[in-house]
Each structure stands twice: as structure tokens, then as C-alpha cells.
Design a protein around this ligand. Structure first.
Ligand SMILES: [Zn+2]
Length: 185
């Protein structure tokens, strides 16, 4: 039987852990242990950009990831249902510039609208067109690269100036973002 006195120590430790946890600047946050099946090299992507406003920015965002030391390599294909599909459209009154979904090998959404709770096989990214007010033209590449960061298995970071800050603080993957992906694969 535990007395009330004996419970003081564990409760104190929990408080201490919580205190230091919230005060810490996280380097990166990943979807660990969940990740893209088969790794992130030799993959494919599709750009669905009927308006033509986003295509080059999306390609620049993917190219930026391909140029990192993560081993990410995504080659463009002309049809959808690739590892990473970008769809550009008017998705209504939304507060985001881009949103990433996770799908299984059958094309079913995993934890729809949230981060994955198991490994995924594909990603679908919705890019809002016209951009919402918080998404000016200069940030198109940043949006594409940021959403690809989610597709690779990164959650938002509370560190400023990195790609996975929300809103993003960069338009290319920074050391911090790259370290996160390397930690996952
Ligand atoms: Zn995000």
C-alpha cells in the first residue's frame, strides 16, 4: 500500500519533466515510429496544377528536398496516384495554404486530417488556390517544401526559422529539418 507521502516523489518528477519539456526548444518533431513505407528514395510525384500558378514553385520545393543529404529523391510523373501528389484548387474557406494527407497502399486515408498513426504508402497534398490571405505569392515554394516535409514524416517544429515552423520560416529544408528526416529513415 502506498501512503500519501510516498506519492509525493513521483508526482514531483512528473512536474519537473513537464516543466523542462515545455521549456525546451525542440530541434525537430517527426511522426516516429511511423514513416513512409520503403523509404524516401526512388519515389515519384505528380503536380496537378490546372491554373499554372503553382507548378514551378512546387517543383522547386521538391527539388530543394532532393538536393539534401536525406536521400530523398522524387521524380515527376505526368499522372496522379504517385508517392506524392500535389493538387492545386479552391478548397473553400480554409485557413491553410497547403495540407498533407497520408494514405495506405489501397489509397485509404490514414487518420484523416491528422498525423499518421501507422506507416503510410502515399501522400496527397492540397494546395489552396487562390491563396488565402496568409499565403502570399512569395511563399509558394515554401508551402510546397513545407508540405513535402510533412509527407516525409516531419511534424511542426517550435523552432523558428526552419522549414517546419508553422507558419514556415524558410523556403528550403534547413539543417534542423534535414536532421529530422535523417533520424526517421
Ligand atoms: Zn504544416
Amino acid at each position: 500500500m502506498f501512503s500519501k507521502k510516498r506519492r509525493i516523489i513521483p508526482l514531483f518528477l512528473i512536474v519537473m519533466i513537464t516543466f523542462f519539456g515545455t521549456g525546451q526548444v525542440l530541434a525537430y518533431v517527426t511522426t516516429s515510429p511511423y514513416k513512409l513505407n520503403g523509404g524516401i528514395s526512388g519515389k515519384t510525384f505528380y503536380v496537378g496544377d490546372p491554373s499554372g500558378n503553382w507548378g514551378s514553385s512546387i517543383r522547386s520545393g521538391v527539388t530543394a528536398w532532393n538536393a539534401t543529404s536525406t536521400g530523398a529523391s522524387y521524380a515527376e510523373k505526368s499522372t496522379n496516384n504517385q508517392t506524392l501528389d500535389f493538387f492545386v484548387g479552391n478548397f473553400g474557406n480554409v485557413s491553410w495554404c497547403g495540407f498533407t494527407y497520408y494514405l495506405d497502399s489501397s489509397g485509404n486515408y490514414i487518420n484523416y486530417g491528422g498525423y499518421p498513426n501507422k506507416n503510410w504508402s502515399r501522400n496527397s497534398v492540397q494546395i489552396q488556390e487562390p491563396p488565402v490571405s496568409g499565403c502570399p505569392a512569395y511563399s509558394k515554394k515554401a508551402t510546397a517544401a513545407h508540405e513535402m516535409g510533412h509527407a516525409l514524416g516531419l511534424k511542426h517544429s517550435d523552432k523558428s526559422g526552419v522549414l517546419m515552423s508553422s507558419p514556415t520560416g524558410a523556403d528550403t529544408p534547413k539543417t534542423d529539418d534535414i536532421s529530422g528526416v535523417n533520424a526517421l529513415y
